[in-house]
Design a protein around this ligand. Structure first.
Ligand SMILES: [Zn+2]
Length: 66
């Protein structure tokens, strides 16, 4: 499942961050995922299972893997 996500992808979560934003950039992929809030820039670390549950959809694909 997680192989479909890439660093740099913008994802939408089912529940918004307390700041009101629900879009995040994926900044780390692995046993743990890190996502960065696009509004307040706070970084949240989630285990893979929690990440997969929280993601609603991919908003924008990373353009490149560099
Ligand atoms: Zn936020």
């Amino acid at each position: 499942m997680s192989a479909e996500y890439r660093i740099g992808d913008v994802i939408q979560t089912r529940k918004p961050h307390p700041c009101g934003n629900d879009k995040w950039t994926v900044i780390r992929i692995g046993a743990d995922f890190k996502i960065k809030c696009l509004k307040c820039s706070r970084i949240v670390m989630l285990d893979r299972e929690t990440f997969l549950k929280r993601v609603k959809k991919i908003v924008q694909r990373a353009d490149n893997l560099s």
